[in-house]
Design a protein around this ligand. Structure first.
Ligand SMILES: [Zn+2]
Length: 900
C-alpha cells in the first residue's frame, strides 16, 4: 500500500447503527460471561475460517449495500461463542450449521470492531458453516471499507463509482470476517449490480446472468488463499483499457477508468507489462494471479496492491498525454512497481501479523527502486530512495520512533505501523544487507523465501532463516536493526602513524540536541568504507580497530559509507571530513556525496558540527554539476529565517542563498528550453522556488506573479511541471486580487493535482487578513473537505499566519471532526508542528491530549509532533549563535552575487 494523508481508516461506529443494534435480543445470564468481546485479537486457537463465499448487492449513489457471507469454519476446540470482526455492519440474521443440524444462536452486538454469536450448546471441535445476512454502508466520506466517489471530469455534475480499500482493517466494514492477515483462505465473491454497469473483483468473472429489475449477477472465480485485507471490488460505469499481456503466463492487463477517461491511461498501459516482466525476472517465478486490472480511483491519495485488482489514485495512474511530465512518469513507475512487487511480497507471501508489515512494505519499496533503476537508470531513483532512507533516519532519531518490528497491540499500533520506518527503514535495511552479502546471494535467498512460503504467511524470522542459509551471523545482524529503534552513529578515525594505516570505528545511537534518549543500543552494523577500494566489516561491538592489508599505504582521506548503502550516520574524526571534501570531485560517487551532505545536516542536529560551519561548506557543494547534490544542499541552507536568523541579518541570509542558487536559477529560467536535459527539468522547480521564496529575489517573485496571471488566462503559459512552483511563489507574495482569482480558478478546476496546488496556495498568502478568509473554506461545502484541508496546512506552514491556523483548529475542533473523514483528527496536531517555543508546546500538548489522541494512531502522532518542538527549541538555542556569526562575516565579505 502507498498511503497519503487522505486515505485513513475509520473506527467510530455511527450512532444510528448503535440504535439498531441494541434492539437485538439480549443475552441470558449464564452466557453473558463468555460474551465479552476480545480485547484486541480474535482467539485463533479456538476457531478459524477455511473458506468464504460473499454475496453483495452494490448500487452506486446508494448509501447502503446488502450482503450475505457464508463462512466455512474450523472449530479447534469446543466453544459456546464465536467472535468475528465487524464494523458499521447491521446483522439481520445468522445461522450456524454443524453436523447437519442448525445450532440455535444469539447475535451479540458490539459497538465497534466485533460481532459475537453465542450458541445455546457448545460447538466443536470440527467443521461448521455460518451464514450471516446484513446491511453495510457505502461511505461518501471515508475511503475505507466499501466507499463511493464521484468523478466529474467528463460528465457535468459527476457520476458515482464504488470501490473498496480494506487494508488495514476495512474488510470488517464489508463483511463480518476474521480480519487479521494470518487468516489466509480462498474467497468466492458474487456481486449483484445494475445491468449496464461493470463489476470487478480480484479474479476473472465466471458467469454473468441477468436477474430482475435491471440487475445482473456477476460471479467471480474462487481466489487463491488471501487474507481479508486483500479482497477487493469495484462497481460503476467503468471503461476498460486493454494494456496487452504481461509475464510468462501472458496475463491479461487492463486499466480500469471512470467512463470517458480511457485516453489518460496510455502511459500506465504502455509501462505495466515491462514492470511485471522485470519483477518476474528478479523473483524467478511468474506473476501469481490470473488477471491484472489496475484501477484509477478519483480523490484517492494512495495505491493498494489488491491481487488482480490493484488500485491507484487517478492523479498517480492517469495523465492526459499532452500533460505528461517526467515527474509523473517517475511517480507512476515507482508506485506501480511498488504495488506490483506486492503481488509476490504481500499477496503471494503475506505477513503473519501487522508487526511484520515491513516484510510487505519495506520489501515492496526496495523492490520498486530496484526495478525502476533497471527500467530507467537515467532517472537515478536510487538517489530518491536514498533521500527516503535519510528521512527515515531523521524520524528514527526521535525517542518516540517505532521499531521496524514494533509490537502491535492495539488499533493505534496498526495505524502507526504504516510509517516511514516500515517503508523506508525497512527498505534501507534490505539495501544495506543486500550490498553487504552480495546481490546474487541475496536474490537466491529471496527466491527460497517465496518458494517456501507461497500462498502462506511468514514472519521476519522465516524471512531471515530463508536467506541466511549457512551464514550464522546474518540473522542476528539484521535483527539488531529490526528489533530496536534508532540510527547508529559510526565514528571513523584513521591512524596512519608509522605508515601502517589503522581504522578505528566506534558506534553509538545518533541522538539530536535536546533528546531525552539514552544511547545504550548496540547494533551489528555492516560498515563499508572506501580506502581507496570498498572494504566491509561487521561492527558488532562498541568499537573496533581494523588493520589494512600491508602495503595499502596512507591516503589523505577515507570514505566511511561506501556506496551510501549503510543505514548509519558517519562522524569523521579530526580533519577527515575536510580532507574528504577536498577530494570530493574524484573520490565520491553521487550517492556518497548526497549521503555526506545529509550526514553533515544531521550532525548539525546533534551539535557535532556548528550550523555556521555547515553553511560555509555548502557553497562548494552547491556548485556541483549534479542536480541531486544541489538539491541536497538545500537541506542545510533553506528555512533558517523562522527560527535561526536574527531579523537584522535577513538581507545577508538572502544574499547567501542568492549566491548559492541565483545563477543556476537564472540559467534555467521558469520555462522548459528545447533540447534540455532531464536533470535540468527536474532541478528547475526547486531552484526557482528557492530563489523566489527563500532568497526573496524581487525579480523572481515578479516573474512568478506574471506567469501565474498568464496561466490563469491560458493553461499553456506555464509548463505543467512548473505550475506548482509558479502558483506557490505567486501566492506567497500575493494580494487579495490574486487570492480571488485563484479561488475562482479552484472552483472550476477538474484536475485533482492542480486543484490540490490551488487549495494549498489559497492557504499560503502572507497577509493574515487573507488567511482569515481562507480558513473558513475548510468548513464549507465549497470544496471536498478531503482536499480543502490543504488550505489549513498552507496557513500553518508560515510563521506569519501559523497562529491563525492553530487558533482555527482550537476554536473549530468539533466542527472539523464532524466535517472531515473519520480519524483525520489524529493528524490535526500537525498545524502546531512548526512552533519552536515552550509556550506553544505546552498549549498544544494540553489542547490535543484527549482530543487528537482519540483517533487511530493519534497518541504516537502527537508524541512525535511534541518531541519535534522540543528538539527545535534545543537546536535553535545551540545553533543560532554560529548561524548569525557566519552571516555577519558573510555580510562583510566579498560576494559572488557580483557575477549576476
Ligand atoms: Zn505497499
Amino acid at each position: 500500500m502507498q498511503r497519503m494523508f487522505r486515505t485513513l481508516r475509520t473506527l467510530v461506529v455511527s450512532p444510528a447503527l448503535i440504535a439498531v443494534l441494541v434492539t437485538v435480543p439480549t443475552l441470558s445470564a449464564q452466557t453473558s460471561e463468555a460474551s465479552a468481546p476480545p480485547k484486541f485479537r480474535l482467539p485463533g486457537d479456538v476457531v478459524g475460517p477455511l473458506h468464504y463465499a460473499v454475496d453483495l448487492t452494490v448500487v452506486p449513489d446508494q448509501d447502503t449495500f446488502t450482503g450475505a457471507v457464508d463462512i466455512q469454519l474450523n472449530f479447534k476446540q469446543s466453544t459456546s461463542v464465536l467472535w468475528l470482526n465487524a464494523e458499521k455492519v447491521k446483522v439481520k440474521e445468522a445461522t450456524l450449521t454443524a453436523g447437519g443440524s442448525t445450532v440455535p444462536l444469539k447475535i451479540v452486538p458490539v459497538d465497534k470492531d466485533y460481532v459475537g454469536f453465542v450458541f445455546v450448546n457448545p460447538v466443536g471441535p470440527g467443521q461448521a458453516d455460518l451464514h450471516v445476512s446484513y446491511q453495510g454502508e457505502i461511505s461518501r466520506k471515508d475511503m475505507q471499507g466499501i466507499f463511493q466517489v464521484k468523478d466529474g471530469q467528463v460528465k457535468d455534475g459527476g457520476e458515482w463509482y464504488v470501490y473498496s480499500q480494506f487494508e488495514d482493517i476495512g474488510a470488517r466494514r464489508a463483511f463480518p470476517c476474521f480480519d487479521e492477515p494470518g487468516y489466509k483462505v480462498p474467497w468466492q465473491l458474487t456481486l449483484h449490480v445494475k445491468k449496464d454497469q461493470v463489476a470487478l473483483s480480484n479474479t476473472p468473472i465466471v458467469s454473468e446472468t441477468e436477474s430482475s429489475e435491471g440487475m445482473k449477477t456477476v460471479k467471480f472465480a474462487e481466489t487463491p488463499p488471501l487474507p481479508s485485507y486483500l479482497v477487493a471490488l469495484t462497481v460503476g460505469d467503468l471503461d476498460l483499457v486493454d494494456a496487452g499481456t504481461a509475464g510468462k503466463k501472458n496475463t491479461r492487463v487492463r486499466i480500469v477508468v471512470p467512463h470517458g477517461r480511457g485516453g489518460e491511461a496510455k502511459y500506465a498501459a504502455e509501462t505495466t507489462p515491462a514492470i511485471v516482466n522485470l519483477l518476474e525476472d528478479y523473483f524467478g517465478t511468474p506473476y501469481p494471479f490470473d488477471k491484472l486490472d489496475e484501477v484509477a480511483i478519483p480523490l484517492f491519495g494512495g495505491a493498494m496492491e489488491n491481487p488482480g485488482l490493484v488500485t491507484f489514485g487517478t492523479s498517480i495512474i492517469l495523465v492526459k498525454p499532452e500533460e505528461q511530465t517526467l515527474g509523473h512518469q517517475r511517480e507512476w513507475s515507482s508506485v506501480a512497481a511498488h504495488e506490483l512487487a506486492h503481488q509476490w511480497v504481500g499477496d503471494l507471501v503475506t505477513t503473519a501479523w501487522w508487526d511484520d508489515i515491513w516484510l510487505n512494505e519495506g520489501f515492496a519499496s526496495w523492490m520498486a527502486n530496484k526495478i525502476v533503476n533497471k527500467y530507467h537508470p537515467e532517472w537515478h531513483m536510487d538517489i530518491s530512495e536514498l533521500n527516503g532512507y535519510q528521512g527515515a533516519m531523521d524520524n528514527d532519531s526521535l525517542v518516540s520512533a517505532r521499531r521496524v518490528r514494533q509490537p502491535v497491540e492495539s488499533n493505534d499500533d496498526i495505524a502507526n505501523a504504516f510509517d516511514g520506518i516500515t517503508y523506508n527503514k525497512g527498505s534501507a535495511l534490505l539495501n544495506m544487507f543486500e550490498n553487504y552479502m552480495g546481490p546474487d546471494w541475496f536474490r537466491e535467498g529471496v527466491r527460497r523465501y517465496l518458494a517456501m512460503y507461497a500462498w502462506k504467511n511468514a514472519t521476519s524470522a522465516d524471512f531471515l532463516t530463508s536467506l541466511a542459509g549457512s551464514v550464522a551471523s546474518f540473522a542476528p545482524a539484521f535483527s539488531s536493526f529490526l528489533d530496536q529503534p534508532g540510527v547508529p552513529l559510526v565514528t571513523v578515525a584513521l591512524d596512519c602513524q608509522g605508515g601502517e594505516p589503522k581504522l578505528d570505528l566506534t558506534q553509538q545511537r545518533f541522538l539530536p540536541l535536546g533528546s531525552q534518549g539514552g544511547a545504550a543500543e548496540l547494533w551489528k552494523v555492516p560498515v563499508c568504507v572506501r580506502y581507496p577500494v570498498a572494504m566491509c566489516v561487521l561492527l558488532d561491538q562498541p568499537s573496533l580497530q581494523v588493520h589494512f592489508l600491508p602495503g595499502t599505504g596512507c591516503l589523505g582521506w577515507i570514505q566511511g559509507n561506501a556506496g551510501a548503502d549503510g543505514y548509519y550516520r558517519v562522524l569523521y574524526h579530526g580533519d577527515l571530513l575536510g580532507d574528504l571534501l577536498k577530494n570530493d570531485a574524484r573520490a565520491l560517487a553521487l550517492p556518497e556525496k548526497v549521503a555526506l551532505i545529509g550526514d553533515i545536516s544531521a550532525l548539525t542536529g546533534n551539535g557535532k558540527i556548528p550550523l555556521g560551519q555547515a553553511l560555509a561548506l555548502a557553497p562548494g557543494l552547491a556548485r556541483d554539476p549534479a542536480r541531486q547534490v544541489v538539491d541536497k544542499t538545500m537541506q542545510i541552507t533553506k528555512g533558517l529565517q523562522d527560527n535561526l536568523v536574527s531579523p537584522d541579518l535577513l538581507p545577508q541570509y538572502h544574499r547567501y542563498l542568492e549566491d548559492l542558487y541565483g545563477s543556476r536559477a537564472r540559467a534555467l529560467g521558469w520555462k522548459d528550453r528545447p533540447g534540455e536535459s532531464d536533470d535540468d527539468r527536474l532541478l528547475r522547480p526547486s531552484v526557482e522556488s528557492t530563489v523566489a521564496n527563500q532568497a526573496e529575489d524581487p525579480e523572481f517573485i515578479a516573474q512568478a506573479k506574471t506567469l501565474a496571471l498568464a496561466w490563469l488566462d491560458d493553461r499553456k503559459a506555464v509548463d505543467r511541471d512548473m505550475v506548482g512552483s509558479v502558483i506557490m511563489a505567486a501566492a506567497r507574495h500575493g494580494d487579495q486580487a490574486l487570492f480571488d482569482r485563484l479561488r475562482a480558478a479552484a472552483k472550476q478546476e477538474k484536475d485533482e493535482d492542480i486543484l490540490n496546488t490551488l487549495l494549498f496556495a489559497l492557504g499560503s498568502f502572507p497577509d493574515p487578513e487573507i488567511a482569515k478568509k481562507a480558513l473558513p473554506m475548510v468548513l464549507t461545502d465549497e470544496f471536498d473537505s478531503r482536499q480543502s484541508l490543504d488550505i489549513l496546512f498552507g496557513v500553518a506552514q508560515s510563521q506569519k499566519t501559523r497562529d491563525l491556523a492553530y487558533d482555527f483548529v482550537k476554536q473549530n475542533w468539533d466542527a472539523l471532526i464532524a466535517k472531515l473523514p473519520t480519524d483525520y483528527g489524529a493528524f490535526l496536531p500537525d498545524v502546531a508542528g512548526g512552533y519552536c517555543d515552550d509556550a506553544h508546546r505546552q498549549d498544544a500538548a494540553s489542547f490535543f491530549e484527549g482530543r487528537s489522541t482519540k483517533y487511530s494512531g493519534g497518541p504516537r502522532n502527537l508524541a512525535q509532533m511534541l518531541e519535534g518542538i522540543d528538539l527545535c527549541i534545543a537546536y535553535k538555542k545551540a545553533q543560532q549563535p554560529s548561524v548569525n556569526e557566519f552571516l555577519k562575516s558573510y555580510g562583510t565579505g566579498p560576494s559572488a552575487a557580483g557575477a549576476r
